[in-house]
Design a protein. Sequence first.
Length: 168
Amino acid sequence: MHSLISSDDVWVLWGFIAVWAAVSIGLEQRFKWASAVSGAIIALAGAMVFTNIGVLPVESPVYDTVWSYVVPLAIPLLLFQINVRQIFKESRRLLFIFLISSVGTVLGSILAFFLLKQHIPYLDKIGGMISASYIGGGINFAAMAAKFETPGEYVSATVVADNFMMAL
């Protein structure tokens, strides 16, 4: 499938991604409907539309760079902002509830794996990524995708499915 922006046209693709991310954040900050949806969902939906109408390529070395460098760099940047003592002090009960739900997520993932492993390729990797996402968000998803070395097309499809279902 050919796209308006070639997968080898790295600088144009980086520029498009940066501009679309800025537009998504701007929409989220300016409009009430967009803040309800979130900039991340707007960016994801736009990327899906731009890919399906042939503006963006399906695969590119730029996407690999995002998963290999940009997302792992975002993890420590987010962690620098937390105060563990304050979180524990103010939310002991909530933390306990979170831990119970995390155990439920892990048990549900294990059960789903054994029920569906014959029907879905790479389900061991996909299940780990999805359960990590449900427990800790997109950063955990990215970390598991990198750790498990899941094929890119399965990571992309899982990201879209995960975000689409969570948006609904």
